[in-house]
Design a binder for this molecule. Structure first.
Ligand code: SF4
Length: 152
């Protein structure tokens, strides 16, 4: 079973209440081969919500307590991001998910690229909080950009 970012399956759960529909992900969910998850909503955040970025590091640094997740107006939402990450990990483990497909660039879901923490639209190499936690527990995290190589 796959676990996938809900916004990639077409659910309007992004900060601005939009989605990032990926037709392959939508098909996997429709065929019962994937389960949707939105870590930020699992962490108790609402939709819509203020955009947030990791400041001072990457996802693994947030896990280690050396970086924070902040909204654009300066509210610290680290606790919600951590809660969402741990609840997503529980879900992945309970489903025995072999692979997780998460939305690139997100401060939760990005697996190789995230925004730089300055809200200037620039991406840097790094992972989001949920992706980092899953990777730390040996779960393979790929982005929608790599999906074609992994799923027939
Ligand atoms: Fe999509 Fe992940 Fe952001 Fe939820 S937390 S909207 S699943 S990128």
């Amino acid at each position: 079973m796959l676990l996938v970012s809900a916004c990639l399956a077409g659910l309007n759960v992004r900060y601005d209440a939009s989605n990032k529909l990926d037709e392959t992900v939508r098909r996997l969910v429709a065929e019962g081969r994937a389960i949707m998850v939105c870590p930020e909503m699992l962490g108790g955040l609402t939709t819509p919500r203020e955009p947030a970025e990791i400041v001072g590091g990457h996802g693994q640094d947030v896990l280690d307590g050396t970086a924070r997740v902040m909204t654009q107006s300066g509210i610290d939402v680290t606790a919600a991001f951590l809660e969402g990450a741990y609840r997503t990990l529980e879900k992945a483990q309970s489903l025995k998910a072999t692979k997780v497909v998460l939305k690139e660039y997100s401060p939760s879901c990005g697996s190789s690229l995230i925004y730089d923490g300055r809200f200037d639209g620039k991406a840097v190499a790094g992972n989001g909080v949920t992706a980092a936690l899953l990777q730390r527990h040996g779960i393979q995290v790929i982005s929608e950009r790599q999906l074609a190589c992994h799923v027939p």
